[in-house]
Unconditional design. Structure first.
Length: 221
């Protein structure tokens, strides 16, 4: 939620500079906000990967088994769609770390901006789209996508919309040869804001989902 809020604030400052005063005039400050947001994205993505890597271990413990696998910090489970989704998203957040950190460096020409800022951003957006789609497939167990009564369905679908928003933003962030700015800065900010708000909503919905899971576990006991 914190990472999403940082991306939302940074893009909103670009769209409505009057709301943020002098802060919106400082490119360095806004880029720093995006970089901080990317760090929170990465920490959350790693915790998600950690959870997916130890899903089998937790299930075995819940069944009361005595011989369980040791705790795993990363794992390698490409055959498990949940782990694969988390791993791809984690890779995407690392690319956002690179892209937002490079944006803090001054004096890039158009080619350097495309190679050091736009390229990791574009690949990171693709990773987010793939990860979100895999999460939808895991939640829906195939192609039965219409499960509006289930909270997990809303979470994965909202996150998918967020990934689409970030992906569209990445397209407009391309810098054309010998240009001094991105293709369409207004569109970049609009779609980044839309994606960030979706991720913020999806992250918030994890709280009631967690509460519901705990209540179910207590009732089963």
């Amino acid at each position: 939620m914190v990472g999403s809020a940082c991306f939302a604030i940074g893009s909103l400052a670009g769209l409505a500079p009057g709301l943020f005063g002098q802060v919106s005039q400082s490119v360095a400050v806004l880029n720093a906000v995006f970089f901080m947001g990317s760090l929170f994205f990465t920490s959350a993505a790693y915790l998600q990967l950690l959870e997916a890597a130890n899903a089998g271990r937790r299930a075995a413990q819940a069944r009361g088994e005595t011989a369980v696998k040791p705790f795993c910090w990363f794992g390698w489970q490409p055959g498990q769609i949940g782990w694969l989704s988390a791993a791809v998203q984690f890779a995407g957040t690392l690319l956002f770390n690179v892209n937002t950190a490079d944006a803090l460096l001054p004096s890039f020409n158009w080619l350097q901006e495309d190679l050091l800022i736009w390229t990791p951003d574009a690949v990171g957006c693709i990773c987010f789209l793939v990860a979100s789609w895999l999460a939808v497939l895991e939640c829906c167990h195939g192609m039965a996508f219409w499960k509006i009564k289930g909270l997990p369905w809303w979470i994965v679908m909202i996150n998918l919309l967020g990934s689409i928003g970030f992906g569209i933003s990445g397209v407009f962030a391309l810098v054309l040869p010998r240009a001094t700015d991105v293709l369409d800065l207004q569109a970049v900010n609009v779609w980044t804001l839309a994606g960030a708000l979706c991720f913020l909503a999806g992250a918030y919905l994890l709280i009631p989902e967690m509460t519901k899971q705990k209540q179910s576990a207590n009732n089963s006991l």
